[in-house]
Every structure is written in structure tokens, then in C-alpha cells.
Design a protein around this ligand. Sequence first.
Ligand code: DGJ
Length: 728
Amino acid sequence: MSKKQLNLFLLSMVLCAGTYAQKTIEIATKNNVLILETDQEQSLLSTYLGKKLNNSEEYPGIQKLDKYKPGSDDLLNKREAYIASGSVNLLEPALSVTHADGNKSTVLAFSEVNTEQLDQNRKLTSVILKDPKYNFRVTLKYLAYYNENVIEQWAEITHNEKGSVVLNKYASANLTLSGKKFFLKSHYSGATREMRSEEAQLLHGIKTIDSKLGTRTNLLHSSSFMLSIDQPATEDLGEVIAGSLEWTGNFKLEYETFDEYYVRVTAGINNFSSNYTLKAGENFVTPRFVYTYSANGKGEASRNLQNWARNYQLADGKGERATILNNWETTYFDFNDEKLNELTKDTKKLGVDVFLLDDGWFGNKYPRNGSTSGLGDWQYNRQKLKNGISTLGKEATASGVKFGIWIEPEMVNPKSELYEKHPDWVIRQPERKEYYMRNQLVLDLSNPKVQDFVYQTVEDLFKEVPELAFIKWDCNSLIYNAHSPTLKNQDHFYLEYIRGLNNVLERIRKKYPKTPMMLCAGGGSRVDYAALKYFTEFWPSDNTNPYDRIFIQWEYSYYFPSIAVDNHITDMGKQPIKFKTDVAMMGKLGYDVRVNELSKNDLLFSQNAVQTYNNFKDIVWHGQQYRLQDPYENKIASIAYVDEAQNQVVIFNYYVATLFTNGVILPIKLKGLDPAKKYKIEEINLYPNTKSPIDKEKVYSGDFLMKVGFNPEVNSNRTSVVLKVQAQ
Ligand code: DGJ
């Protein structure tokens, strides 16, 4: 070898030692991409989440530009895609494990990546990470929905160590985002005060939003959020992530803001009181965390999630829905055969599809005449319903409508035959005082016998009422004194409860795939995308005051499509029936009114409204939603739904001013139209004998309506205005 050759050889050796096989993994949707990449030590880093680059060869360049060194050059935290504790990463981990030998350190190194194109729209990427010392592995799963710009992310954890390992923390996902500042839009709630919203800058440290309530886990906080980068995203501007954990049980969302430019989001099951003992060979699958990135504000992020939900998650998301007359707020527990028969006829008179019989129809030894007794005894009350529920079903059919029923099968009143017969089915601490929420306790769904009982309750209903066409599934208590009388490892209690619930719902859906089911938890305390896989819709709140509802529905719309939101017209609120109806139409319209007490005009208006709704409901249920004007910042709130072909639009406008004002002064700019098309605008859903000031013959271009806008002429005399925009 000549001296020159030797030098070249040595140089190439040096270069080789300094390079490594950097692996770049693209999780791509139509507009966006998440980049994962390995480093010298085969750690898997997440280097980028944002708009796709034109040239994918440039992705490997990102890692070098990000001088990620939180705190100090000597601090070795890495920008890992899924952070395990006990080694180099000292910030909040996603995974914390006690190995079979008692060691508490886990290192995850990249092993392999597999991709599977499930269909034209969905691609699943599985990244296998292994611990070099332990026979322990985590597979990170990324399911990308191309057209919807949505990613579902979760982790699968398994091992073959000598003995069991304990998972002390096992989040679904970690996301590290860079930016100058971060703003979190989150939601706090209470019964009748659901989805109150606040948005604030995340200051340094960890902000945790979680639930330890067991059931009704969204009672205090929502498991859905929006996180803006650099500044709070507006409806159409700014970078934002919208996310939601698909889990009906205790959840934990953590936002750790560190150094000057980073936030790390960790989303998963709440590990509170829930160390999980994982046997060798068992595969632990975390719930999915669904998220979307938008560079164009919160509106686009919401539409992404809404489209994903309708296309893939919500039960029968692309299908039809039944309109309902419910008796809860008109009768409460006080009814009998005769009254219900009248209500069935009223259902027909109003023109809606289903009569839904609510709470109070069951219990004999302990009749369900109030909230203190009967829960768990799912036999019809022979005093109130002399002819039984099967007759109610038949009467409904004879009246030309359908019949639905309320159940709360996860619960029991201490004053019930079920409690007397099966005290061992009840969640409580054997040596402690019982505490109740709404006079009831929760059944132990971690017990397979209880699962069978709940399933059987539903099956028996279908046997008794074969024409059963709707189920409202309520859940009014959270879990105090969490303890299963039968479960061996109480650390698994919260998890096994939800697994039990999911088993039951899975069985019900297998047998009755088509029956619409409403998810209710004393209002909207259980609105999550895991449950909505089984339910066609949810009851957002017992607060049906239409003024409050504008805000409640507005907030849910950040994450959930209108087809899933049940809005009923009730006695609540002093607004006229027209206002109430217009608000309820902005989703799944329903009634909880005494039809026989409506004035002649109110009845006529309502009958016409149902017909009007039937003509445009498809646009509200399946179209694209645009929040045009924010009720928090304006005197008029405005929301539009545009059909896929951009030919038809329905716009709902409401007067929300609390002080007297002149109403809409400036036109409201429309969104989502075709600028090249011509449109006419007509006011619809008018109250009898009223005239609209809006000229329905005038033609506007889509361009004009989106740049200049349109004035719906809402004011203190015209407090709600519904417009139908039609392409010519
Ligand atoms: C709470 C629900 O939110 C109400 O709509 C009603 O179904 C009651 N439970 C019945 O007890």
C-alpha cells in the first residue's frame, strides 16, 4: 500500500467511525408529516411534526439543525419518540418499568420498522424498540389517515423476562414540539357546566390534566385539547395540534415545557393507583391517542378530527340518525301506561322518529320512583306499566314511530334486589363506610359475571321489545372507595373496569350492530373517542338552556362532529321556541317538551321545523363545519355547515349580547364556498306569520361571500337566524 493509499484508507476509517446508519421514518398524511429518526446509539428521536416538505430527502437534515440540549450541554436528555425512565432521560417519562429482577432502568433502542398500507387512505407504521439488556420491547404504532390528516398513536409493550415486570407508567404517546411559546386550550366541566374553556400560555414545568374518577372521567376535565405553537391559533391562522385520548377510564395528559423552545406532551392511561403487572409473553396495548396538526388554525384541526371521527371512529359515523322525543324533563319518574301512550302519539304528531322512555320504568320490590331505589332491577314496574314495555314497543309501531329506552346498567342502588342478592358485585371498600353519588354505587365490571349481567340486561330488553330502536346508556356515578371484591391484584382495578365495559359493549355491538345508542353520563361526563366507537351519539349536557348551549356545543365542536351531539328542546331557558329549535338543529335535533301544552303556533312551527330539519340535516351531519363568528368575542355567534360539493350551506346565527346592542353591523364572512360559484341566500325556519328581510332572489358569488360576507340581520328582535345558501 502506497503512502497515499494508506492515508485514504485511514481517512475513510475515521469517516466511518463518525457516521452511522441514520434511519429516517416518515409518518405522512396529505399535508403533514411526523419524522422519526435514529441517532448514533440507535435511540429513536422524533425530530419534526409539521407541514410536509416538498423534497423528502431533506428530512434527515432536520436533526442536525436542532441543537436540543435542555438545561446544559452536559445534560443528556434526548428528543426521544417514547421516553423510558431510569437511564439518560430525566424529564417526565412515557414509560417506567420495574424489571423482573427489580431493576428500574429501561433503555429503548431502535430495532426495526414495518409498514403496512391497510388501504388507499390508511398506513400503519410499527417501530420496534428493544432494551439491549432486557428481553423487553415496545412497539410504537402510528396509524396515519391520509385524507383526514390525522394520526392515531399507541404503544404495545411485551417482554420475555424471567418473571413478571411491573409497568409503573405506560403512556400511549410522547410528542416533543419545538416553538417559542406554547398555548394550551383545555376544558374544565361540572354537571350542567360542561366544556368550559380556557386557553393560556404553558409556563415552565409540568401542567397535568387528568382524571381519577374511574367512570364519568370527563366530569371535571376533558381528555381533548388544543395546543398552539408560538401564539394562540385563531380559527384560520396558526400552528395547532388537536388531540384526544381514546380511553373511557382515568386519563393523564401532561405538558412539560422546558428550556426555551420545547414542550413535551405525554398522553395515556392515568397510572394513579394502577401499576400493571405484565406477565412474560403478554402484550399490553395502550389506548390510542388521536391527534392532528394544522398550520391553518383551529378550524381546520377540528374539521380533520370531525372527518376522521365520521369516517372511522364514531359508530355509524357516515349513517343516518333518528330524531327523538324524550320524556325525562316532562315527566321525570312520574308516568304510567296512559301518559306514555299519549307521548308516543305526540311523537308522531311532532313528526320525529323515536319515542325514548327515560329513567323510572323498572323496579318492583323497590320501585324506581326516584333516584334512591330500584337501580339494577331491570324488570318493568308493574304498577306504572300494567301492559309492560313490550306493549309500549307495539304501541309505538302502531302509532307509526319507533321505541327507545333508557338504561344505566353499570350501576346499583343499595335499595334494590340486585344489591341484596349480589353484594359481591358492588365496588366498595369492605371495611369502610359506603359513599354514594346520586344514591348509587358502581357495579364491578372487572368481574366477568357482572359483565354477563350487564350484557344480559340488554339482551333481555331486545327479547322483550324486539322492535327496540334506540338505547340511551347513562352513567351517573363515579367510583368512590375503588375496590373489587374479586380481583386478585387491586392495582389492575381501574384498567380491568374499562376492559370489562369494553367487553360488554363489544358483545352488544356484535349482536346489535345497527341500533343507535346514546352515550350519557349525567350529561357529558363521558365523552371520549373510545366509547364513541360503540355509540352513535352523546348527550353533551343536562343544561339545555339554549343560550348556554351555544357555548357548550361550540366547545364540543372543536373535537366532535355535530352528528354525534344530541341537542334537545326543553322547558329550560326563557327564549322563544324558535331560538331553542335553531340551537338544537345545529347537531342532532330532539325534543323533551309537552307537545300537548305547546301553543298552536309553537306546535305548527315545531312541526314545520322538523320537516325543514329533515331537508338540511344531511349537511349538518355530514358536511364541513366552519365556525364563522365566536360567541365569546362577538355579539353574534355564527356557525356554518357546507356540503361536500360546496353547493349547499346552512348557517346558524345567534344573538348572544348581554347588553343592548344594534345587532350585526358588519357582514359575516363565509368560509368553505367555491369562489367561482353563484349562490342565493334564503332565510329558513321562520316562525309562523313572520317575514324575513332577506332577499332570497339576490345572487352573490362565492368569492364575494367569502371576502365581503353577508349580513344575516340578527338583532334583539331577530335573535336567531338560519340561512340556507344554495348554489345556482
Ligand atoms: C341523567 C341524564 O343526563 C338525564 O338526561 C336523565 O336521563 C337522567 N340521568 C335520568 O336519571
